[in-house]
Design a protein around this ligand. Sequence first.
Ligand code: PLP
Length: 421
Amino acid sequence: MSLSERDQKHIWHPLTQHFNAAAPLAIARAKGALLWDENGKDYIDGIASWYTAMYGHCNDHIIAAVSEQMRQLDLVVFTGFTHEPAVRLSEKLMEILPANQQKIFFNDNGSTAVEAGIKMALQYHFNKGEKRDTLIAFEEGFHGDTFGAMSASGLSVYNGPFEDFFLKVVRIPVPQENTIDVVTSKLQQVISENECAAFIYEPLAQGAAGMKFHSAKGLENLIRLCQQNDILCIADEVMTGFGKTGKHFASLHMDVDPDIICLSKALTAGMVPMSITSCSQRVFDAFLDKEIAKGFFHAHTYSANPLGCATAIAGIDLLTSDAIQKDIRRIEASHVEFMAQLEGHPKIKEARSLGVILAIDLVLEMDRYGSLRDDMYKYFMSQGVFLRPLGNTIYVLPPYVITPSQLKKVYTAILGMLEAI
Ligand SMILES: Cc1ncc(COP(=O)(O)O)c(C=O)c1O
């Protein structure tokens, strides 16, 4: 029996309707920007496995750091104990995070980083004796699949069974250059009509919505307005963090810092799951009290797993290295050049890029998981390129170590697909 056949017996896959889903492809190994299936065919990982493996799969520097850590200390309870990898990681993060961030709280994945961020914001007001029950979020945002995160997500096409149980969320549109005033007034109205606790947003790029971008100046206005009203701003940088937008964090494109930041995915470079919710001193201070219940009673067993911390430290070494910064600039320039080549293409509605993120909207209308979208996916795989179109948006978010010739192969596959459909 092949691995794919054995898989079908007992495994329930995420985001999959098993009634009619094709058998999954078995991946046997990975290195750099490449994946190999069980028959030895290779594929370029054009989305860095959901934007995690940004320094390349099975990166030698990361493997060395994790292997060394494994021999030294595995998991130890993180309530009442601490350890070098966690402390070192906190110090490394302080060097690159927006200047106001002072404390880090450990979680397991992007959704739980968001969940902790939302709970921090709600308890921040509760501890101050205020009852604030409303979250503000962007239309079409995506923040994960746990309840708080799902509630905040505007992209809730598949959340039907759960909607009756959601938190109270009021949505505003994302600001574009020409709608900054309209969206700012809409926010003003939402603030005046509700008891708002927090504003949660994917800064500058909404990943799951189809890599949709918005105005940094517009977002900056919204953050300022929220902060004037003591509404905590939660930047969900699970997708954008660690260099994707060209800066270490998307929040650094603005002159005002968020109160809370959610990090995961590239934090641990595709090696082990981990996430962090960071916050400012002001947020942390609201939990300090003689009364024990004012503390943040939220924990995950694997908090600050030393292997995750070692991976994240090694990842930050790489992110801040000249070599990776040069790769980021090279990919940025290459996307811009490719977009110029696409200009005026009859099948393209819009092409855009930000940092290493490239997105191309096709003129064709199609369902998020429709058959035309599946045909595009199959075409890319037949060309040895792994891309997962989001409806009619094709996006590329490659590992920083993708070589120029591999990146060219991705572009060629896109051009070929445009001919084929
Ligand atoms: C912006 C954002 N937030 C949160 C999440 C959820 O992360 P996870 O899948 O690790 O729970 C994602 C996942 O794609 C994301 O893109």
